[in-house]
Design a binder for this molecule. Structure first.
Ligand code: FES
Length: 103
């Protein structure tokens, strides 16, 4: 598990890109307060979802061509993306530290 940030560093409904063991990972905090982590790059083309993605509930929309992904499973929900994103387990400890497991 690698510490990504503090819980308060990511407001509900926002996302960021973090380095996890040399890989770029998108970290999302939904409006409901849940954290999810996926590969940063959209599977359609190279586009940063942590920096540019638009959160809608438990889904993220890539603004480049409007592909949509399920943050829980990584599944591509609509064209033009057809390949699922890799997802990573996220843990928030009692001190409010957010950890991402690279596996
Ligand atoms: S790069 Fe994300 S939908 Fe095309």
């Amino acid at each position: 598990m690698i510490r990504a940030c503090s819980r308060d560093a990511l407001k509900p409904g926002t996302s960021m890109t973090v380095d996890v063991g040399g890989n770029s990972v998108a970290l999302f905090r939904t409006e409901a307060g849940e954290f999810f982590a996926t590969q940063d790059s959209c599977t359609h083309e190279q586009w940063s979802l942590g920096s540019e993605g638009e959160l809608e509930g438990d889904e993220v929309v890539c603004p480049l061509h409007m592909a949509r992904f399920d943050l829980r499973t990584g599944k591509a929900l609509c064209f033009p993306a057809t390949v699922a994103m890799t997802t990573y387990p996220v843990h928030v400890n009692d001190n409010g530290d957010v950890f991402i497991s690279p596996e």
